[in-house]
Design a protein around this ligand. Structure first.
Ligand SMILES: Cc1ncc(COP(=O)(O)O)c(C=O)c1O
Length: 450
């Protein structure tokens, strides 16, 4: 097996950094200016994590491409970490949004689009009732509240190294088998051990042991983990996990925010998961803020039995702008015209092409890496076999190697997600876009190993 020569990596990274700085004078200037008004010089703290001395500032983005403030063009395989899985500004959504902007943006009253979207989500995910929020984080938070309320149980259960947005309860991790705050957890309101049980993905015995306490209101889960690399469930995992949740009176919330990449009805539809609640956000409105959560008939009845009309605005489930007319117009146009079965039929083969190209380069270089795919999303990790759980995947992470590969790709016109090695396809992605990445990845690997 080939291994990475760290000394080489430590000379290649500064070379790429120098090139990046030289080729992005305008972004550098904007970043300097931003220090005076934006905390850390960025609109949101995670933007500091991009490889390179500063983030590239964007000028325009269309379809699978964007142009930065220096006029450089890129293939976008990050796609706003799924927020733009529709491609940037699909024309039909832009038109629907522009129309709605002229006709009233937010009213605290429903529009007919809400019904259309509810009916479509019902058809896709086989869950009868839907509510809308502005973010998937909020949808997860509200689904958790509902689960707690109707089960009258205090805890939730998540998988080790999951990510479900900025949901306090989910920033928990295992430390030698004991639950505590995840590394980097900023100002947790309480130790998440009080609110959360954590188990490894694909470990049914651990799941059962955790549920046996009879204090877990819900399992909040991505059907396949996507935020610590892609981790697929073992065959039959969800069937057995679902039997366990039912046996112990725990609800299942399927967070399909990223796993919608598996198909128009996400993994829930592809794998017949049958959750009690389901969350879908990010690309649902092509990047216009909006998200949704749905529930079964039984959950709906249990909610109705516990929520009083007089208190329904102060129960901790809300958001003044949630369900606004603009979000719903964007969602309708997206679901009707963009994230269609035909779009997935185009995107999934492209992700296969990405996989094949990366796998071949890994094989030729003899590196102990692998590449995994879920629908139109693909990801490589620095371990020989695809990890089976979050602990295994996190142990294989290699921050400096990852940054080098990302910067190398960025300098040659390809953007990957900043937090791991994920590539996502949108309806406008082309084979040429994928082949460009494959060529660049091959060259980077060659430089690292020759
Ligand atoms: C699986 C999953 N759920 C929920 C979220 C939260 O989405 P948002 O940040 O749009 O609230 C994320 C964000 O990355 C996610 O990956």
């Amino acid at each position: 097996m080939t291994s990475i020569d760290r000394r080489k990596l430590h000379t290649l990274y500064p070379r790429e950094e120098k090139r990046f700085i030289a080729e992005h004078p305008r972004s550098a200037e904007l970043y300097r200016r931003a220090q005076n008004s934006l905390l850390g010089g960025v609109p949101m703290n995670w933007m500091k994590k991009w490889a390179g001395a500063f983030p590239v500032f964007v000028k325009t983005a269309h379809g699978a491409h964007f142009t930065d403030a220096d006029g450089r063009e890129y293939v976008d395989l990050c796609l706003g970490d799924t927020g733009a899985m529709t491609g940037h500004s699909p024309a039909i959504v832009a038109e629907a949004v522009a129309r709605r902007v002229r006709e009233g943006i937010t009213l605290m009253l429903p529009t007919e689009d809400a019904l259309w979207v509810g009916e479509e989500l019902k058809r896709r995910f086989s869950l009868p009732y839907w509510q809308f929020t502005l973010t998937a984080t909020d949808a997860n938070r509200f689904a958790i509240r509902i689960a707690r309320e109707i089960t009258q149980r205090p805890k939730i259960l998540v998988y080790h190294y999951c990510y479900h947005g900025t949901v306090d309860e989910s920033f928990a991790a295992l430390h030698h088998g004991v639950v505590g705050p995840r590394r980097g957890n900023i100002g947790p309101p309480v130790n998440p051990a009080e609110t959360t049980r954590v188990v490894e993905f694909n470990d049914l015995a651990a799941l059962e042991a955790a549920l046996q306490h009879h204090d877990v209101a819900c399992v909040l889960a991505e059907p396949a983990m996507t935020n610590v690399g892609i981790i697929l469930p073992d065959d039959g995992y969800w069937k057995s996990a679902r039997e366990l949740t039912r046996r112990y009176g725990t609800l299942l919330i399927a967070d399909e925010t990223h796993t919608i990449c598996a198909g128009p009805g996400g993994c829930t539809r592809e794998w017949r998961i049958d959750p009690d609640l389901l969350v879908f956000g990010k690309p649902i409105g092509s990047g216009i803020p909006g998200a949704a959560y749905g529930c079964t008939e039984e959950v709906a009845q249990r909610i109705a039995a516990r929520i009083q009309l007089e208190d329904c605005d102060v129960g901790g489930i809300g958001g003044t702008l949630a369900g606004n007319a603009l979000s719903l117009a964007a969602m309708r146009a997206t679901l009707e015209h963009v994230l269609t079965p035909a779009a997935f039929a185009h995107m999934i083969p492209l992700a296969k092409r990405f996989n094949d190209g990366v796998a071949e380069n890994i094989r030729v270089a003899g590196l102990p890496w692998n590449v995994t795919r879920l629908g139109c999303r693909a990801e490589y990790t620095f371990t020989q076999r695809p990890p089976r759980n979050g602990g295994e995947s996190a142990a294989a992470a290699d921050f400096e190697l990852e940054r080098f590969l990302h910067l190398y790709a960025l300098n040659r016109g390809v953007l990957l997600t900043p937090f791991h090695n994920m590539a996502l396809m949108c309806p406008a992605t082309t084979e040429a876009d994928i082949d460009l990445h494959t060529k660049i990845f091959g060259a980077a690997v060659c430089e690292l190993t020759s």
